[in-house]
Write a protein that binds this ligand. Structure first.
Ligand code: IPM
Ligand code: MG
Length: 357
């Protein structure tokens, strides 16, 4: 039996989660995976119901589960709340609470979507890169942090910090991932300015001695941002800290046509994982049945691969997604206006994937 916790969250979260849930049921039936699901609150929905962005019951259920599937959190309704009570805190707390230090964000271009990218098809066609982002350290969590002082003279501050063990454990994940791919790893830092990343570079270099088959390179983050939009196919695996990874993964997402296509996995050292689309809660389109459920559906495939060790079921989902794209079904975000395309809503896209399964 496999326990999976479903956290729909806010905005388009419930819509995309409904479709991903149907896909999960379909593969569960077809492959006899023995999956049992339970639904819990997170984000703004949890704040409204309990006053907390991550209720204790949610964290307890998540920790006891084999994997967690999450929609999205946040929205304008809660934007006025103090930092410590915002929906996003729920996400940060569950990542930290489950010790999910390794965030894998693959950016894969489906050939059918080459023309949906804002970059020229020849720049992005065949794109297949993996961003490995450290997820529970760095400036997101460093202390001291805060806003202090007299009105008009206040100072806001955060702390970017990484210890050698923290750098080493995310480095190992990245080197291991590179070993299963093209064996090229680019470590992204700002070692010309920030000491924390001088140490980062040193540890990555030291670690590379254990992975002689992986070709390690280093790049400053500003250059990496430029190279991602100039010539993204030069990258195989990129490894970086929490903040740079947040920014670079959004850029990488757009190379593939739409952030609505990108899944992610956040793992701890027990192969327990939280799986979520890279995009946010998109409050502007929530409740209109136009959101793209494919990133969440592909997150189910990552869940099956990494936490449930059910690669055939994962492959079936990926194949089903390819087949609906080949049928020229498109949600609004990946539509190009080309003739033969059929623009469908969130639910109809879910229907198509379930049928293809
Ligand atoms: C992401 C998101 C989150 C992050 C936000 C919602 C806290 O942007 O998963 O990339 O910054 O990590
Ligand atoms: Mg982000």
């Amino acid at each position: 039996m496999a326990q999976i916790v479903l956290l729909a969250g806010d905005g388009i979260g419930p819509e995309i989660m409904a479709q991903a849930g149907r896909v999960l049921e379909a593969v569960n039936a077809r492959f006899g995976l023995g999956i049992v699901t339970s639904e819990h609150l997170i984000g703004g929905a949890a704040i409204d119901a309990t006053g907390e962005p991550l209720p204790e019951a949610t964290l307890a259920a998540a920790k006891a589960a084999d994997a967690v599937l999450l929609g999205a959190v946040g929205g304008p309704k809660w934007d006025g709340l103090p930092m410590a009570n915002r929906p996003e805190k729920g996400l940060l707390k569950i990542r930290a609470g489950m010790n999910l230090f390794a965030n894998l964000r693959p950016a894969l271009l489906y050939p059918e979507l080459a023309s949906a990218s804002t970059l020229k098809p020849e720049v992005v066609s065949g794109l297949d890169l993996l961003i490995v982002r450290e997820l529970i350290g760095g400036i997101y969590f460093g202390e001291p942090r805060g806003i202090e002082g007299e009105p008009g003279q206040r100072v806001g501050f955060n702390t970017d910090r990484y210890s050698e063990p923290e750098i080493e454990r995310i480095g190992r994940i990245a080197f291991e991932a590179a070993m299963t791919r093209d064996r090229r790893l680019c470590s992204v830092d700002k070692a010309n300015v920030l000491e924390v990343t001088v140490l980062w570079r040193e540890v990555m270099t030291r670690l590379s001695a254990e992975y002689p088959e992986v070709e390690l390179s280093h790049m400053y983050v500003d250059n990496a941002a430029m190279q991602l939009v100039r010539a993204p196919k030069q990258f195989d695996v990129m490894v970086t800290g929490n903040l740079f990874g947040d920014i670079l993964s959004d850029a990488a997402a757009m190379l593939t046509g739409s952030i609505g296509m990108l899944p992610s996995a956040s793992m701890n050292s027990d192969n327990q994982g939280l799986y979520e689309p890279c995009h946010g809660s998109a409050p502007d389109i929530a409740g209109q049945d136009v959101a793209n459920p494919l990133a969440t559906i592909l997150s189910v495939a990552m869940l099956l691969t990494h936490s449930l060790k059910a690669p055939e079921a994962a492959l079936a989902i990926e194949t089903a997604v390819k087949s609906v794209l080949a049928q020229r079904l498109r949600t609004a975000d990946i539509a190009t206006g080309a003739s033969g395309e059929r623009v469908v809503g969130c639910q109809a896209m879910g229907d198509a994937v379930v049928n293809a399964l």
